[in-house]
Design a protein around this ligand. Structure first.
Ligand code: DX5
Ligand code: ZN
Length: 236
């Protein structure tokens, strides 16, 4: 078992933020979809820890991207955990399909359904790790009641919908609030940051465990970009 697999398969034993480098989850939203398989293979060889899959329905966010068939297609081509970010209305309609397709993490938005608790429990029953996410304008407190049901908290540092947006610095305090609350409730969920992450903005994200990065990785040499992000936590 690789160190990455050990870390992702047993989050329940860890109570504090990771001391080592960030885990890096490249977002395939910025990949060349005409050669998605190759792109994922490159990312894996370049040191990616997870593959982040942005699912958008054209309702919860204005953009429309990919669905469970794409997750099913990429599942056999990588050993990395598939980190599926559902930016969809009523995700409860889709979770069984994504579980069957091979998602390892299924993250829903707290704003996307009235059945947050039920949906998170259902995700776990389906054998997938549940995550909760929140839009920039949603307060940290709105996810506190759901922390006990999740393995992952995904903090958005851009308005969900598109890659390549500027990092919202004012969201950084939310990360510390969530970290504190996880410690208070003695919950070992991982904190993941999504949106506008670069080797510069990552310097403000020391409370996080995992960084999603789309444009920063895909605009550069994948290996150097992933290493630059990991090194941010090591060098501090
Ligand atoms: C935005 C998505 C992000 C996005 C990140 O709604 O959830 O995962 O692809 O892209 P960058 O890193 O370019 O902001
Ligand atoms: Zn995302």
């Amino acid at each position: 078992m690789t160190p990455t697999q050990q870390q992702t398969s047993s989050p329940s034993v860890r109570k504090l933020p990771t001391k080592g480098p960030f885990l890096i989850a490249p977002s395939i939203l910025s990949a060349d979809f005409a050669k998605l398989g190759e792109e994922i293979a490159f990312l894996e060889r370049a040191g990616a820890d997870w593959i982040h899959v942005d699912v958008m329905d054209g309702h919860f966010v204005p953009n429309l991207t990919i669905g469970a068939p794409v997750v099913k297609a990429i599942r056999p081509i990588t050993r990395l955990p598939l980190d599926v970010h559902l930016m969809v209305e009523k995700p409860e309609r889709l979770i069984a399909d994504f579980a069957k397709a091979g998602a390892d993490y299924l993250t829903i938005h707290v704003e996307s359904t009235r059945e947050v608790e039920e949906t998170l429990k259902k995700i776990r029953e389906l054998g997938v790790k549940p995550g909760i996410s929140l839009r920039p304008r949603t307060s940290a407190e709105s996810v506190f009641a759901f922390l006990k049901y999740v393995d992952l908290v995904l903090v958005m540092t851009v308005e969900p919908g598109f890659g390549g947006q500027a990092f919202m610095h004012e969201q950084v305090t939310k990360i510390a609030q969530i970290r504190q609350e996880l410690l208070r409730q003695n919950i070992s969920a991982l904190i993941e940051i999504d949106g506008g992450v670069t080797d510069q903005t990552a310097r403000t994200l020391m409370d996080a465990d995992i960084l999603v990065a789309g444009s920063f990785i895909f605009k550069h040499d994948y290996r150097s970009a992933i290493k630059a992000l990991k090194d941010v936590k090591c060098s501090n």
